[in-house]
Write a protein that binds this ligand. Structure first.
Ligand code: ZN
Length: 112
């Protein structure tokens, strides 16, 4: 099942993103190479943000798997109409039809 392997992938990615780098020279030395420090902070922010996004995806994929169990997979959770095949192919964990997703005003997953 594609969704399950996707979930495993995402969970592995999340672990990587959440792992704290434990290099010996990690302490920041102020005044010496400020550029490095900034790059490090930026990197941490990027990772935190990426981890957040992956976490959201993990939840969406889990929700989709639950919906498969319930037999509600592929139906819009808002209006109950079947989600188009094209949309499900692009976004297997979609829980809303294009119309409802458009008005939700939130998630715009990448890769589309
Ligand atoms: Zn809908």
């Amino acid at each position: 099942m594609a969704l399950q392997s996707r979930l495993a992938e995402l969970e592995a990615e999340l672990l990587t993103l959440n792992a704290r780098p434990s290099e010996p020279g990690e302490q920041v030395q102020y005044g010496k190479r400020a550029g490095d420090h900034i790059a490090q902070v930026t990197d941490q922010l990027t990772r935190a943000r990426a981890a957040e996004q992956v976490e959201m995806l993990v939840e969406q994929v889990r929700a989709a798997l639950l919906r498969i169990d319930e037999g509600a997979y592929g139906l819009c959770e808002v209006c109950g109409t079947p989600i188009s095949e094209g949309r499900l192919a692009a976004l297997p964990w979609a829980t809303r039809c294009i119309g409802c997703a458009g008005t939700a005003g939130g998630a715009h997953p990448a890769g589309r």
